[in-house]
Design a protein around this ligand. Structure first.
Ligand code: 4NP
Length: 159
């Protein structure tokens, strides 16, 4: 459960093996290096269940490791409690956001829903694109978007 000063953030994509574990790992890494010592609980999940229990995709692990970041998470699916347990649920693309909004209508909960790139200071189409069926360069692009957006989110939470 969330303690009084804690903020909780859940990153969500489709499979929870490419984008959202990367966002989780990058955000934890930024928090660890941040002097403000914010109390943030961080997790990630997928709207789909195909990869439940799996480690992140090797291509996400590779780009993370190249940048000094470990990705410790195992894939899990979004569950009804997430909408009650998390303050903020951050979707990677509009399809994820749409699926989350449908789930929240069904399950209720106070969580604020947002798009990851709402926090990206650089202009774009608002989405972190699904890199799963593409080549390794897609993962580099995703990493850069996720890093910029995670910095923006941290600044928003840190005030
Ligand atoms: P992610 O990428 O949503 O960023 O984890 C995907 C991973 C797996 C699949 C789709 C997207 N899939 O269809 O299995």
């Amino acid at each position: 459960m969330t303690t009084p000063n804690e903020v909780s953030v859940l990153f969500v994509c489709l499979g929870n093996i490419c984008r959202s574990p990367l966002a989780e790992g990058v955000f934890i890494h930024l928090l660890e290096g941040d002097g403000r010592l914010l109390d943030v609980r961080v997790d990630s999940a997928g709207t789909g269940a195909w990869h439940v229990g799996n480690a992140p995709d090797p291509r996400s692990r590779e780009v993370a490791e190249r940048n000094g970041i470990r990705l410790p998470s195992r894939a899990r699916q979004v569950r009804s409690e997430d909408f009650h347990d998390f303050d903020l649920i951050v979707a990677m693309d509009r399809s994820n956001l749409h699926d989350l909004a449908s789930l929240q209508r069904k399950h209720g909960g106070k969580a604020r829903l947002a798009l990851m790139r709402d926090f990206d200071p650089e202009p774009g189409d608002g989405e972190v694109p699904d890199p799963y069926y593409g080549g390794p360069s897609g993962f580099d692009r995703v990493f850069e978007m996720v890093l910029r957006s995670a910095r923006g989110l941290l600044d928003e939470l840190g005030g």
